[in-house]
Design a binder for this molecule. Structure first.
Ligand code: HEC
Length: 98
């Protein structure tokens, strides 16, 4: 495919383009949220693998905490992920918001 076409949506969303990625879990995020780093990393991996499949990934920061509690179960059902993955994903999203 023509590379210019691939980058077009990106250009339209400027200036936020380069920063529009979900935060990568680290020890600081784990400490702040009281969630194990392994759980956050699992949730992040699920997020990257699943949450951009049907629409652009929606960033943790872009939805309120209360709304995420409603959205994640519905979207997890959409994505067909396991309950354990859903729990890790929820923990990751809420930790990434802080
Ligand atoms: C199988 C397709 C599919 C997958 C996979 C999917 N979504 Fe969605 N998502 C949708 C559709 C369709 C909508 C718009 C209609 C709706 O709100 O149900 C949507 C809407 C949303 C919204 C906006 C909801 C609102 O009410 O404004 C958020 C936030 C969201 N998705 C997050 C996620 C996250 C996080 C994941 C990863 C688990 C995910 N989505 C995976 C199809 C999907």
């Amino acid at each position: 495919m023509n590379k210019a076409l691939v980058f077009l949506p990106c250009l339209l969303l400027l200036p936020g383009c380069a920063t529009k990625t979900a935060p990568v879990p680290d020890a600081t995020m784990a400490g702040r949220s009281g969630t194990k780093l392994g759980t956050l990393q699992r949730g992040h991996a699920v997020y990257l693998a699943q949450c951009g499949r049907c629409h652009e990934p929606i960033l943790p920061a872009d939805v309120s905490r209360d709304d995420w509690h409603v959205v994640v179960p519905g979207m997890s059902w959409n994505a067909g992920i396991s309950e354990a993955d859903e729990q890790a994903l929820t923990a990751y999203i809420l930790a990434a918001k802080k």
